[in-house]
Structures are given as C-alpha cells and as structure tokens.
Design a protein. Structure first.
Lengths: 313, 305, 381
C-alpha cells in the first residue's frame, strides 16, 4: 500500500477528491429527493445525468465552441451549457415520472416492480443514446482550460476544482433554502412525512412529486455541465457507474437527507481518490462498492440519518 | 384436540405468566407504566381499559414484539423479556391480532398449517432429500386399485418402493399437519371453507381462523386481542362459548375486549389499564363497581370535578 | 396508447386464463402424461425437424448460432431462473447480485479443475504433483456448491435484516465486488480468465468423444437432466414446512414470527439454496465453455436474471422457466438485430411492468396479490 504517496500529497489528493465528490453530491441529491418521498430508487436518474452531458455538448456545438475561448465567450458557453443541461435533464426526469412511475403509483405496485421498471427505463434511455450518438466516447472542446488559481504548500487548486465545489455548495444552499423556507418546500416535506395527510391538507401530491423529479433533474443537469468541463468527454453509458457511485454517496450520507447527500458525495470522492492512491486506479471503483456494502451493514441509516420529512433535512 | 396442554400435575392458581413492573417507553411517550399482574393457570383473564390505555402494547411487550424499557416478563417462571417472537411462541404463548393479520393469499387450511408447522421439524435438507424415513404402516401405502392394467403396474411399483423406502418425515408431517389443521378448523367452526383464500373469507370466519391458527402452535397461554370486534350479539355469544371450550381443554386465556358484557360473562378475573397504568384488578363484579374504573370509562361526573 | 394496449392485453388474458384453469382441471394422471410428453419433447429438441417448427431453430439464418449450443445456454439460464425464483419469488427478497453466485460456481470448477489455474498450479507445486493433475470434474461440483452456499450465508447473514430496496443495492454491490476481485486478483487468473476447464470426460481435448467442444447436445441433455432434478427438489420444498414458511414470511413476516416461524433462518436458507443453484449453473456453464473470464459476469447479467424471473412470473417455476428461455432464446434467434437487443430488452421490461406486472405466467398468488394492491389505493393518490 502506497502510504508514502498518500501522506506526502494529502492536501492535493483531498482537494481532488472533494471536487470529484461535489459532482457525485449533485447527482446524489436527485436520488435522495426521490427516495426520501417515494421510497423508490430511481435507477433512471443516471441517464438523466447522461442526457444532460449530451445536451451540454450539443449546445456548445450549436454555439460554435472552440478550445480555450476568450473570457466573454467562455462565460456565454458555460451559461448556455448550463441552461441546455438543466433543461434537458429536468425535462427527462419529469417525462420519466409522467410516463412510467406515475402509472405504477396508481397501481400501488410493490417495490420490486418499481425497481425493474426503473432499470428498464434506464436501459431504454442509455441504449437510445448509444444507437443515436454511437458507442464511442464523445469528445468536446476544452471550454475551461485548467489553470491553477491557488497554491497552498504543495497543493494546487485549479479553476475547475474551485468552480465545481463552489457551484455544488451554492446549489446545495439554494436547495436547502427552498425546502425549508418556501411553501413548495413545505409541501415536499409534508408529502415525504405522510402522503395521505398532506393530501388531506390540500397539498397536491402529484405536483409535489413532479417538483421533486424536476429538482433532481436540474441538479443533475448542473452536474453534467461540471462533469463536461472537468473530463472533456462523455459516453452513452457514462451514467451507469457515476449513478451507482452517486447513489452510494446518498446512502452514505443518509438517504432522504439532503445535507447527507452533500456530505456523502464529498466523502466518497475523497475515499475514492485515497483508495486509488493507496492501491492502484484499477481498484478505484471497488472503493465505492465496498463503502456501500459497509455502510449498509453497519449503519444503514447513513452518517446523518434523518430523512427528508424532518425539518432539519 | 387430544394433545392437551397444561395436563400435567400442577397446583391450581400458579402463575403461568408474570408481568413484573414492566415499563415501556417510546421516545417521550410512556406506553406502559410500571404494570404488574399475573395470569393464573387455567383462568380466563380479561385485560380492559379505554382506548389507548396500552392493552395491545402490553400484548406486544409480552410476545416479544416490543422490548420493555424496564421490568420483566416471566413465563412458567422462565424469563422471556428480550426473546424473539418466534422463540416466545415456542415457549408457549400464542396470540391473535386486533386488526387481523392472516396470510391473505394463503387458504384457511394453509394459514393454520403455518401454525402446526411450528411443532414440526422438517427443514431444507430433510425436505429435499426425503430424509428421516419411517416404515410405512399398511394403510399408509399407496393403493393398487386401477382398472387399466398399465396403470396397475405403475401403482404396484409405487407400492413396492414405498414398502422398501418407507415414508419421509416431510410427508408424514404434511399429513399430520393437515389432519390437525382440519380438526382445528372444525373446532372453531369454519371447516366448510378450509380451501378458500383467507382474504375472501367473511369477517367472522377470519377472526375464528386467527384463533385456530394460534391454537395450532400448541400454546399454554392464548392471548386474544379484541376477538369479538365487529361481531353482532349472536356471534359474540358463539365466541363466548368457544373461549369457554378452549379453557375447558386446559388452555389459559388472556383476553383484551371492549364489550363489557362479554368480559363480565366469560372472564374469571379482570385487570384494568388506563394511560399505561394498572388501576384495578379483581373479580368481574368488584371491578365493575370500582369507582376508578367507572371514571376511566365514563369520565368523572361534572359535579365531582 | 396504453389503454389500447391494455384492452388487447385483457382479451389475451381471458383467452389464456381459461387454458391454465382447464389444465388444472384435468385428472392427475393425464397431467402426468402430458408433462412426461413435454419432457420427452425437450430432450428431442436438438433434433427439431418437425416441419412448421423448424423456423424455431437458430441455425436457419446465416449468422445463426449452433442450435444445440443455444439450447444449452437456455437450459443454463432456466436453471438460474429456478434458483433466483426461490430467493425473489418464493421468499420475496430483492437480489440484484445473483451473477456473483453464478461466477463463484464457474470459478470453482475453473480454479480447481483446470490444469492452467493458478490455484491448481500452486497445489501442484506444494504437493509435488504432476503438471497434468487437477481436481476431478465430479469433485468440483460439491466444491462449487459448498463455496456458493457459504458465500450465500456470508452475504445473507448481515444483509437479510435490511429493508427490501437496501438489500437490492447491497446485493448489487456484492455482484460487482466479485467481478472486480476476479478481474484484479492473480489467483483468479486476472482479466485473462482461465482456460482448459474440464468436463465430465476430463480436460478439454480432441479425445473427448461425448462431452467435447463442438457437439453441444450431450451438454444440453446434461443440463436438462439437472433442471429436472432441481425442479423435483424445489417442488418438495414448496410442499413442505419450508415452502409455507417462505410464503408466510413474504406475506407478513411479523405475524409469521409470532406464529413460531423463525424468519431469519428460513430467509438465510432461501439465500443459500438460491446461491447453490446459481453455482450449479455456473459450474455447467464453465464446463461447457472450457474458458471463463471476468467480463462474462457483469451487472447486466444480474439484471437480466432478475428480469427473467419477474417477467416470466415470479413465484412459479413454469413462469420463470419461460422467462429464462425467452430471454436466452430471442436474442439468438434474432441475431441480425443484435444492435437493438438491449434497447428491445429495456422496452420489453418497461412495457411488461406497466401492463402485466405479474409476469407472463403468474403464480395465481402473485396475480391476485398485485390485483388486490391496486384496489387498495386510496382515492386521492
């Protein structure tokens, strides 16, 4: 085990892990929102993310993006990409709910049926993109070239890492405010705690559920933009592994718990980077699965435990 | 019903179940507050109290569904607090549920057979490989009675095999279980619908099926949680007779009920709970006239407030 | 659109439903003869020459695969479905990592039976045995079963007390862990996998007259015989205290516990039995292919397995066998559309779950259960 490398560059690896984990966190929020209210593992969420990445690339192509654009154009590209990603992901999420899950809810289907349907939808979406866009990796212009912004000791923090983490924190804060301070957010918490009572109190359950899926989709769209900026490529099946890791992050933090998703995502990113440094990059993916299994065995409620229903989400 | 329980030589009035200063807290709510009482062998004890008094909670604490925060429950002198529900059932307590928890997609017979299963031993290896074989009695061997010559030959081979190999414990337990289950269904009076799904049975049948299933586990103590809820007077009278018959066979019965006439009519003693505390205990006549009990049910009269 | 589909489905269901009832109404000996005839037909299948049915064979198209080979794969999948049916259908546990047991069974015979396996080579060196020595094929079978059952217990022990969907994710993780360990470890042969896996006649060679590499028919018949044995075994379990316990646990585990059913013990047994059958099918699979590598045991396969069971009709053996057969056979039969295979699979999953969640041949219990659930829905949902 390569402890020397890890200890020697602990700061760097931590920063890398945090920025990686921020993307996980944003996607994890989508899983946790849906699970907290519907008790459903939305397998299709990974494809919501994937579609976001392709939408961003599409927008950039439309806007004529090139490598290393001037500052003004870069901002435009980022904003344009964000809008495209958010719109596409949000629309996909809502569509999936309307077409597939709503009918299952009407039938009061048991969890196994939901699970299989979600998997089916996930396959349909990823395969459709695989056939349409091809199975090869899709490259894209380098819209935000890497530039070191801070240096602390032997740790460098670059613009992408900064953007990712700051964006995730800002969005997390906004979501938190929304859930805890607004009327719609109250509706979400009410439905999460007790759907029938909420309905009796005049909350439109269907609308709240659409809202939840939409929120999850929006966040996944934002994550898609950040992912594209950082990795510079995407693929029809990029959603599978990332989705599984994001779900692990949600479980780690406490499924149904919004802050837990953030914490879980960041923590998972760091754990992954540490594990890869200690052993080799081949074992990186295993880290997520091992974390998943260990958390579920020893602390199934996750680190922060509480669910969406409570006020302190 | 030949295997009587409680048929050993035990002095009268010995406690079969002791609830010893049991307190049960759920977060801030005190569901049971230092409750103590005994259930004596062979008696029918009534557990009454207004809604929310903690009667079903008490049942749950006794049968291992909840774990008391403090205090002890003892059965035949043996400590059972903290044991798992299925262990407590093996030790000798069976119960029915206030809101009927049958296995809806299984037939009445199958429901009762789950109860008889608890007294059997077949597990996966035994069932798979047909282990623990026993010599077959002549009347148990497959018959040779076909008209077709080919069919008779097949029947004869089967008979020969059965003679040599005997019968597996799985088959024996299946047959014994089915016999016993049918007998129990007859005892509670619902044998005519033995092969119907529990879900489709009329309400009265469902309640009695629960009792049959509980009896199938061969308990010493039978706990009935509002067995007469939703019954009309005639049905309640039938139930009363059934409970008396059960006691006459040697079972001890603990009964939660709201219907005062039923409780007064069938119980030997009564324990009264209110807000998780025991407020009275004694013979039916005493309890009925106890001012605390009256106040608990009817409220304190306006002029005495 | 879903409404038209539903109406078509209702018509079909009414037509098919009466078939099921009429079958059950037949006297027992007639059903026995019918079943026997069906079994004979199954053994005859590799020779399928009945005009009108020849189009079923996969080798009629130029890209088509060897028909007996396809039948063998179908048989292996049917075996898997039977095993997973115990876990998912009978006991009601969501297992998304079943491929792990399949892999353990395959690797058991590979690691102990192949002269090229690192484990065998280590044993050869340790005990001074000849380089041609390996564990006999027949001995590898109990080894495979033992390892899979042990891993089933190890996986089940801490996880079976988890809530349904959590169990699904943990098992998914388990399946992936098995695959990645197989890929990254040296003792498993790493990403190259292991070759020279023996069959009933020993190590793969041109001298193997019956169980050779080319003719798949004996392999198919072997797998078919194993299926029959397993079916008999599972029926015995169903008609016993064990099967009833599994059902009771699935319906209402807490009420079952109060009635004396040790829920945890029986759930663990369901896991172990399912694992053993999964290992058995992996064992057969590896023996026929003579070569395995980690890429063959990915999570997509796990999902396929669960789909077979749920789409076929969880809880009853005929249903899951049909589901398995279809999901193994259809991609082979329509090979020219292999690009659209996964897409079609996804679409089929969604459609079937939305229109006929009880599966193609539902157990009557399951159909009623889903129907009753649908009626329980409160008005304001």
């Amino acid at each position: 085990m390569n402890f020397a490398e890890l200890i020697g560059h602990l700061g760097q690896h931590t920063v890398d892990g945090l920025s990686k984990g921020a993307i996980y966190a944003l996607v994890a929020l989508g899983y946790t929102l849906v699970y907290g209210v519907l008790k459903l593992i939305n397998f299709a969420h990974s494809e919501v993310f994937m579609i976001g990445t392709f939408a961003v690339v599409g927008a950039w192509t439309l806007m004529g993006a090139t490598d290393n654009p001037p500052f003004g154009t870069m901002i435009l590209l980022l904003v344009g990409g964000l809008i495209a990603g958010v719109a596409a992901s949000g629309a996909t999420a809502v569509a999936v709910e309307r077409i597939a899950y709503r009918r299952l809810r009407r039938m009061n289907a048991p969890p196994l049926i939901f699970l299989i349907t979600a998997i089916g939808v996930s396959l349909v979406l990823s395969e459709t993109f695989g056939l349409w866009q091809g199975r090869l990796v899709k490259g894209m212009p380098n819209v935000l070239p890497r530039k070191v912004v801070f240096t602390i000791g032997n740790t460098t923090i670059d613009n992408r890492q900064l953007l990712t983490v700051v964006a995730a924190l800002v969005m997390m804060f906004a979501l938190d405010q929304f859930i805890n301070r607004t009327r719609y957010g109250r509706g979400v918490r009410a439905v999460a705690q007790s759907p029938d009572t909420a309905a009796l109190m005049g909350v439109n359950k269907d609308r709240v559920i659409v809202l939840i899926f939409l929120l999850g989709g929006l966040l996944a769209g934002a994550a898609a933009l950040l992912y594209n900026v950082r990795y510079g490529n995407t693929r029809f099946n990029v959603g599978f592994l990332l989705g599984l890791k994001a779900f692990t992050a949600a479980v780690l933090g406490g499924i149904g718990n919004l802050r837990g998703a953030l914490l879980g995502g960041l923590l998972l990113g760091v754990v992954e980077v540490y594990a890869a440094t200690l052993t080799s990059s081949a074992w990186e993916d295993v880290a997520a699965f091992v974390v998943l299994v260990v958390v579920l065995l020893f602390r199934p409620t996750g680190l922060l435990g509480e669910s969406l229903g409570r006020a302190r989400a | 019903m030949s295997d009587l329980v409680g048929a050993t030589e035990i002095p009268e009035h010995e406690a079969v179940l002791e609830v010893d200063h049991v307190t049960l807290r759920f977060g801030g709510v005190v569901a049971l507050d230092d409750v103590s009482f005994d259930v004596r062998r062979g008696e029918i004890l009534g557990l009454i109290g207004p809604n929310g008094a903690g009667k079903t909670t008490c049942f749950n604490a006794m049968t291992g569904v909840y774990r008391p925060t403090s205090g002890e429950v003892r059965f035949d002198g043996q400590r059972i607090t903290g044991k798992k529900p299925h262990q407590i059932n093996r030790i000798g307590i069976a119960r029915t549920f206030q809101n009927i928890r049958l296995f809806p997609e299984m037939t009445a017979l199958e429901n009762v057979m789950v109860g008889t299963d608890s007294q059997h031993f077949t597990s996966v290896p035994g069932a798979l490989f047909g282990l623990y074989r026993v010599r077959a009695k002549p009347e148990e061997l497959p018959r040779v009675d076909g008209t077709n010559g080919l069919f008779r030959a097949w029947q004869r081979t089967r008979r020969a095999f059965a003679k040599v190999l005997g019968r597996s414990r799985r088959m024996l337990e299946e047959e014994a279980g089915e016999r016993k289950a049918l007998a129990l269904l007859k005892f509670v009076g619902i044998a005519d619908r033995a092969n119907e799904l529990a879900r489709n049975l009329p309400y009265g049948y469902q309640r009695r099926l629960e009792i049959a299933r509980a009896l199938a586990t061969e308990p010493k103590l039978l706990c009935l949680d509002e067995p007469a809820a939703g019954f009309n007077p005639a049905e309640k009278e039938d139930l009363l007779q059934l409970i008396r018959r059960i006691r006459d066979l040697g079972y001890t019965v603990l009964l939660i009920e709201h219907d005062m006439r039923l409780v007064m009519g069938v119980t030997d003693r009564i324990v009264v709970l209110e807000f998780g505390k025991k407020i009275a205990e004694g013979a039916p006549a005493e309890v009925r006239d106890n001012p605390k009990v009256i106040a608990a049910y009817l409220g304190v009269p306006a002029d005495a407030a | 659109m879903t409404d038209t589909l539903r109406r078509i489905n209702d018509v079909r269901r009414q037509a098919a439903g009466s078939v099921g009832d009429r079958w059950r109404a037949l006297p027992r000996w007639q059903r026995a003869i019918g079943f026997l005839a069906f079994v004979v037909f199954l053994y005859y299948l590799p020779y399928l020459g009945i005009p009108g049915l020849i189009w079923l064979r996969t080798d009629t198209t130029p890209q088509g695969n060897d028909w007996a080979g396809v039948l063998f794969i179908c048989a292996v999948y049917v075996l898997i479905a039977l095993g997973l049916n115990i876990v998912v259908g009978l006991a009601g546990l969501l297992d998304l990592g079943y491929v792990g047991f399949f892999a353990i069974g395959a690797y058991s015979v590979a690691l102990f039976g192949s002269t090229q396996s690192p484990v065998v080579e280590a044993l050869q060196n340790r005990f001074g045995l000849s380089p041609e020595w390996a564990v006999a094929w027949a001995i590898c079978l109990p080894i495979a079963i033992m390892f899979t059952m042990i891993s089933g217990v190890i996986l089940g022990w801490p996880t079976l007390r988890l809530r349904g969907d959590y169990l699904a994710i943990v098992t998914l993780g388990f399946g992936e862990i098995i695959r990645i360990v197989a890929r990254n470890s040296t003792f498993t042969g790493g990403p190259q996998g292991i070759a020279a896996i023996p069959g009933p006649q020993g190590a793969p060679s041109a001298d193997n007259t019956i169980f050779g590499l080319v003719d798949a028919k004996p392999w198919y018949w072997l797998a078919l015989s194993v299926i029959l044995v397993v079916v008999i075994g599972v029926r015995r379990l169903e008609n016993s205290r064990v099967g009833r316990a599994w059902l009771a646990i699935r319906e209402d585990e807490d009420a079952a516990a109060v009635m004396g059913v040790p829920g945890f013990k029986f759930k663990l047994w369901a896991f172990a039995m399912g694992a053993a059958i999964g290992g058995l099918s992996g064992f057969l699979f590896a023996s026929r292919n003579a070569f395995i590598d980690p890429t063959q045991f990915n999570v997509n396969l796990s999902i396929l397995f669960v789909a077979m069971v749920v789409v076929g009709g969880a809880g009853n053996m005929a249903g899951v066998a049909l589901g398995a057969f279809l999901l193994a056979y259809l991609p082979e039969r329509f090979r020219e559309f292999s690009d659209y295979r996964t897409l079609a699979f996804g679409v089929a999953l969604v459609l079937i779950m939305l229109l006929r969640p009880q599966g193609l041949i539902p157990s009557r219990r399951r159909a009623r259960e889903l129907h009753d659930r649908a009626e329980e829905v409160p008005a304001n949902v």
